[in-house]
Design a protein around this ligand. Structure first.
Ligand SMILES: C[S@@+](CC[C@H](N)C(=O)[O-])C[C@H]1O[C@@H](n2cnc3c(N)ncnc32)[C@H](O)[C@@H]1O
Length: 211
């Protein structure tokens, strides 16, 4: 099935569609859309978001079920990484980090919240930073992985090399608070992009490449 420049794969056999409704009514959904489409990000918003996640870090990993990991594994299996240099943005306490690390020897995980990063386990190098101003040279990354994370389109476009890939994952599908549809991700990025998208567990994912 084609929708704009997004090709949807058949649902994985374990796809869950009766999602609990919470993300679409969350204030953070509006912030997600403003960041992606209006570039609405400043120091005040950054500090508020960091405080929010610093405060949730201790209990973050215990809040959700295994279907979150099912979505990430399917994204990596059927979407996939594009090359060895991988950066995970908004890695948080590491829901996806160790699974990504098992598929590349060159992963760095970045997050705004030091408290979230402190909850990580595993040997992945961790960086505290703001994904709106990445400490990464132009065109230096093969794949950016974002799991339930804000999209900063200009930075994604800048740091991905010409054949690079954005792997976008929302582990509670359209009810993920920080959610954009694959069609919205393609529309928000500068220039022409195309995506392959899939659903698995409770979530959706999109492997987004330059057209
Ligand atoms: C909803 S949590 C997701 C964490 C993890 N990926 C997961 O799915 O469990 C969003 C994460 O993005 C981080 N974050 C938010 N804005 C960010 C920014 N501008 N730069 C880097 N990380 C950011 C937060 O600190 C938080 O850890």
């Amino acid at each position: 099935m084609m929708a704009g420049s997004v090709t949807w794969l058949p649902d994985a056999p374990d796809t869950v569609t009766d999602l609990e409704t919470f993300g679409s009514v969350s204030p953070i959904r509006k912030v997600t859309e403003q960041v992606a489409f209006e570039g609405s990000w400043d120091v005040a918003r950054r500090d508020k978001v960091r405080e929010l996640f610093d405060g949730m870090a201790a209990e973050w990993s215990s809040r959700f079920g295994d279907e979150r990991e099912t979505t990430i594994i399917d994204a990596l299996d059927r979407g996939g990484l594009r090359g060895p240099k991988v950066v995970e943005l908004g890695a948080g306490s590491g829901l996806g980090t160790n699974e990504i690390a098992s598929r590349t020897a060159d992963l760095v995980a970045l997050d705004l919240s030091m408290n979230m990063l402190r909850e990580q386990s595993g040997g992945t190098p961790l960086v505290q930073g703001d994904a709106s101003t990445l400490p990464i040279p132009d065109a230096a990354v093969d794949t950016l992985v974002l799991v339930n994370m804000f999209l900063f389109p200009v930075e994604v476009d800048r740091v991905l090399h010409s054949a690079g890939r954005l792997l976008w994952i929302n582990t509670n599908g359209h009810e993920t608070p920080i959610y954009l549809s694959p069609e919205d991700v393609v529309a928000a990025l500068p220039g022409a992009w195309t995506a392959t998208a899939g659903r698995a567990g409770t979530g959706i994912w999109a492997a987004v490449d330059r057209a």
